[in-house]
Design a binder for this molecule. Structure first.
Ligand code: IMP
Ligand code: MG
Length: 382
């Protein structure tokens, strides 16, 4: 017990805050030192007696460059370029040369030193500079490499270590200018939210369950249908925009819908999480939702799909039709078609979330409280 408390206290203490974001320890100084040792060893072997130019890419690479250069035996020279592409925690896609080269690299053996290669857009700009300079040859050394983010084909010759596609700071790397001085690397801490994508065929009791779950877990229930109706009724600019498509009998484009959802998410800052109901319906929408949540520093925790046998659904809806008077609940052929459409839509999304290990099918036959308990068991396991 005491040990657990001490452990919890340690975790609590080591989180750091830079501007508005929190970061957790990720790569220790010892680990960084050992990967730099290994890189420097190879560079020493490859450039022994060649008087290379180490070209450090500022700002981020100043720390790793210093370490690699210190470990180089023999003659070498040092040069710098300063390129910029990042704003906050994401790339802008454009690389600007902020400080240019101040020596000629013609006929030189150049070792570019980078702190991190992410999309590779900066690297592409460096390759262009090196081509123009007519260097004898050049190789790229980077302390960190994000294979999942990398979009280019250029070879990265020396890689300290590969890391997942997370935003990191420390050891030269910054978040909006801060964190470069940290001697170990920290990773952006995701908001600890429970974001559920809730699915269920017509008649599965999705609405009822969403109501219980939102109270039990203090989640905000976002029903796309309600959000549309609200925006249109209140004539918000997004609502009017959406309506202009609906009036022409067209589907509202995904970007309009996602903007409305984004506005709902923003209205509920500090929420424990969200239940998304009625969205996404397509893979494109699922991807858009991922981007939206990523921007809010969180992600989809799970897709929960209520599973109910077709015959049970048909019986339930026919029962409901008798009392509710809803026309679409009275005709068996219409009911079966709605169920069919549901499975066509969800099949693709099931695959999408299965791939991310986020799909949870829940048996939707039983009493309301039994089903709530089954869903709760899933949420508690996340
Ligand atoms: P790329 O052009 O996408 O490869 O990004 C390279 C530049 O983006 C780096 O030199 C960094 O300045 C910045 N960058 C990329 N990923 C991170 C990160 O996780 N933390 C801090 N800066 C990063
Ligand atoms: Mg850099």
């Amino acid at each position: 017990m005491i040990r657990i408390l001490i452990f919890a206290a340690l975790i609590f203490i080591v989180l750091i805050q830079l501007h508005d974001l929190k970061f957790a320890p990720f790569i220790s100084e010892e680990k960084i030192t050992s990967v730099i040792d290994a890189m420097a060893l190879k560079i020493n072997q490859d450039y022994n007696g060649k008087n290379p130019v180490f070209l450090a890419v500022l700002n981020g690479a100043f720390m790793v460059a210093s370490e690699i250069i210190k470990r180089f035996d023999g003659d070498c020279e040092v040069a710098f370029v300063k390129l910029g592409s990042y704003q906050g925690t994401s790339t802008t896609g454009n690389v600007e040369t902020l400080v240019g080269l101040n020596i000629s690299l013609q006929n030189r053996h150049v070792v570019v030193i980078e702190d991190i290669v992410d999309t590779g857009i900066t690297l592409e700009a460096i390759y262009r500079i090196l081509e123009k300079e007519h260097a004898a040859d050049y190789k790229i050394a980077t302390l960190f490499f994000k294979p999942e983010a990398y979009q280019k084909k250029f070879t990265v010759n020396y890689i300290g270590m590969e890391i997942p596609n997370d935003f990191i700071v420390g050891y030269g790397l910054d978040y909006n200018g801060l964190g470069r001085n940290l001697t170990q690397v920290y990773k952006l801490k995701k908001e600890n939210m429970t974001n559920l994508v809730l699915f269920g065929p017509p008649g599965a009791g999705k609405g009822t369950q969403a109501n219980f779950l939102k109270d039990k877990y203090k989640l905000v229930h976002i029903s796309t249908g309600d959000v549309f109706r609200y925006n249109i009724k209140n004539e918000t600019s997004l609502g009017l925009h959406a309506k202009s498509f609906m009036d022409q009998g067209k589907l509202v484009p995904d970007n309009v819908t996602i903007e409305m959802l984004g506005a709902e998410v923003d209205k509920n800052k500090g929420a424990n999480g969200f239940i998304f109901d009625g969205f996404p319906r397509t893979v494109a929408q699922a991807e858009a939702l991922a981007v939206l949540l990523e921007e809010k520093n969180t992600n989809v925790s799970a897709m929960i799909a209520l599973e109910v046998d077709d015959e049970v659904l048909v019986q339930r809806l026919l029962e409901r039709g008798k009392t509710s008077g809803r026309k679409d609940d009275a005709d068996e052929a219409i009911i079966r078609n709605r169920i069919h459409v549901y499975y066509e839509e969800t099949a693709i999304l099931k695959q999408f979330y299965l791939k991310e290990d986020k799909y949870y099918g829940v048996d939707g036959v039983g009493s309301i409280s039994e089903i709530t308990e089954r869903i709760s068991a899933v949420i508690d396991s996340l």
